[in-house]
Design a protein around this ligand. Structure first.
Ligand SMILES: [Fe+2]
Length: 272
């Protein structure tokens, strides 16, 4: 550590709520006391971005300052929405036929409550622009694009997914297409394959390796997801995925593995 091979995105528990509430706090100098403003006042809204400071310091220690700066695609404006988005593109594995992107879905930060689950459409555009900067590999062939965020990008029940999945769908159907998307939050294992108007994406939900029973959904175990990308002559041709779960102190493989083959445009379709 630090290692630029570790990819990080913030989750809802990475948003520091006392810092998020800072815009509501006022100081009464003479009395030497603090006041909490009314919810609707929202005071100095720009302070709310400090709620991500503990996460950013952690990311700096794990990934390294230079890597964070080099991969950041958040816009250069001072917009609070942009600074909350923490969007990045990691291009260092392109020679292996794969690129990664990630962004914060635990936003907007709310001075009065838990953060929202809304992806910033402009940040998706910044990611798209960065992905398009480099020419495709081998003539017209695209690398495999893998996305990463805390919440599920597709529609989901309750608080399981982002609140604006349509923005993700629009992005998924753009160029280049996202082949695989990884997320957490629900502490539940699962793989989904979704085809829609102009997109085709495999979505992997990872269980947590550590979360205790009362914080997990009923009948779910601790565990993690395994994803294997097979390559032939330097080109990703197949995806296989399966899970491991802790059951009575034994780590068990959950199968059978699901398998997908690559399409010419750089996405995956299920294998029979
Ligand atoms: Fe979460």
């Amino acid at each position: 550590m630090p290692s630029n091979r570790i990819l990080l995105v913030p989750g809802n528990h990475d948003v520091c709520l006392p810092f998020a509430a800072a815009p509501r706090i006022g100081l009464r100098g003479k009395q030497k006391t603090f006041t909490l403003g009314r919810e609707e006042d929202n005071g100095r809204a720009e302070l709310r971005a400090y709620a991500l400071l503990p996460y950013l310091e952690f990311a700096r220690r794990i990934v390294g300052e230079a890597s964070l700066k080099a991969t950041c695609v958040t816009g250069t404006s001072d917009s609070l929405d942009e600074s909350e988005s923490i969007a990045w593109v990691v291009d260092q594995f392109r020679h292996l036929g794969i690129v990664f992107y990630g962004l914060n879905t635990a936003r907007p930060i709310d001075p009065n409550s838990l953060p929202g689950r809304r992806v910033h459409a402009h940040s998706l555009n910044h990611i798209k622009e960065r992905l398009q900067l480099r020419p495709p590999m081998r003539g017209t062939e695209q690398p495999i694009v893998v996305g990463l965020a805390h919440h599920c990008p597709l529609s989901g029940e309750g608080d399981r997914s982002v609140t604006n999945p349509l923005d993700f769908r629009t992005f998924f159907s753009g160029d280049p297409m996202t082949a695989l998307f990884l997320h957490g939050h629900a502490h539940e294992r699962g793989f989904k394959y979704e085809e829609g108007g102009g997109y085709r994406v495999v979505v992997s939900s990872a269980p947590s390796p550590t979360v205790r029973a009362d914080k997990r959904l009923e009948d779910t175990l601790r565990g993690f997801a395994m994803i294997e990308l097979e390559r032939e002559v330097g080109r990703v041709t197949r995806l296989r995925q399966w899970h491991y779960e802790w059951s009575s102190h034994v780590l068990e493989k959950r199968g059978p593995a699901t398998s997908y083959r690559r399409t010419p445009e750089g996405t995956f379709v299920p294998e029979p």
